[in-house]
Write a protein of this length. Structure first.
Length: 323
């Protein structure tokens, strides 16, 4: 549950699994250092507390799934990619991708430059890909690459190496793009999902770094998920409280750790080696071990689970969905 089940009581934001952001990855394209891969996973195929699967419809029609990129270090988006889906019935969907730059990137991306429209969404094992200029896209069900002993976590962190996600799926948005779009400086990347209501757009979920939106926000969950990274200083206090309680940190040390975790943005430098938490995040980085060590102040350093073996060497890199 890197960012899975980020809603109340390990449920889904706004009660809708399709709006639940599960993971964000950013890494250099294997074999081509001139391009980057960004993966936004949403819609886990199962709840954490129920054997019943979620809906088979991959994405919520009309909702927005956005990747935000900060290019100058102010925690405000300067570039955004927004994906919106339309339903064709019988589980079939198509995707439209829009790009915004400058001030428009900081807003809601329901308009902007269209990069691709009516792209097919994969609902089976075959990976349907769409190419447009220097971009390549994938949308649809894939094997969830996240790995974590969830049951061990619920058993007071008595981990046995039982990977809850080994046979689970998620819905993936995979974007391949030239690094010339991103510039040469260190970037900040995060993602969000937005739901269209009678009162306008409502942000349902957001995040950049794994796990902390599930474990560290306490009673501020709704405000956190609907917030913006530029305002994340307001959550330092709740992070400090959780770190003191769980990790036994002193107030001063807890505050220092909280400031490293916030704002909730994934740092990424396209031309540097990728490894979380230093730069970006690959599909095999053991983010759980990194987080647990921080969360418990070194008392727990891992969950005895490793990466999945069904990853692909080529686009879209995530394995086919499980039956």
């Amino acid at each position: 549950m890197s960012h899975h089940a980020s809603g109340p009581n390990f449920g889904f934001p706004r009660g809708d699994a399709r709006l639940d952001m599960t993971d964000l990855y950013a890494f250099t394209k294997p074999g081509d250092t001139a391009k980057s891969i960004i993966v936004l996973n949403v819609h886990p195929s199962f709840r954490l507390d129920s054997p019943e699967p979620t809906t088979s419809e991959p994405f919520k029609p009309g909702a927005l799934y956005e990747v935000k990129v900060d290019t100058n270090g102010d925690a405000v988006a300067d570039l955004s990619y927004s994906v919106q889906f339309a339903s064709l019935g019988d589980r079939k969907q198509t995707a439209t991708v829009r790009r915004n730059q400058g001030k428009r990137a900081g807003g809601v991306g329901d308009d902007g430059e269209v990069l691709v429209e009516e792209a097919p969404v994969s609902v089976g094992r075959e990976a349907l890909m769409t190419k447009s200029g220097d971009y390549r896209f994938f949308f649809g069900w894939r094997s969830d690459p996240f790995f974590f002993d969830v049951n061990g976590n619920f058993s007071h962190m008595q981990f046995t190496g039982d990977d809850f996600f080994k046979d689970k799926n998620a819905c993936s948005i995979v974007l391949e793009l030239p690094n010339s779009e991103l510039g040469t400086k260190k970037l900040g990347i995060w993602a969000c999902t937005l739901d269209k209501t009678e009162d306008g757009w409502v942000q349902a979920d957001r995040g950049g770094k794994p796990l902390q939106a599930v474990f560290l926000v306490g009673e501020e969950r709704e405000a956190y998920l609907s917030g913006e990274p530029a305002n994340d200083d307001r959550f330092i206090g709740v992070f400090v409280h959780e770190l003191e309680h769980t990790g036994g940190y002193t107030p001063e040390n807890a505050k220092s750790v909280a400031r490293k975790l916030l704002p909730d943005i994934l740092s990424y430098e396209p031309h540097a080696p990728v490894r979380y938490p230093h730069n970006g995040r690959t599909l095999t980085d053991d983010v759980v071990d990194v987080f647990l060590s921080t969360y418990t102040n070194g008392k727990v350093t891992g969950d005895k689970v490793g990466p999945h073996g069904d990853l692909l060497d080529e686009f879209p890199y995530l394995g086919p969905p499980h039956d």
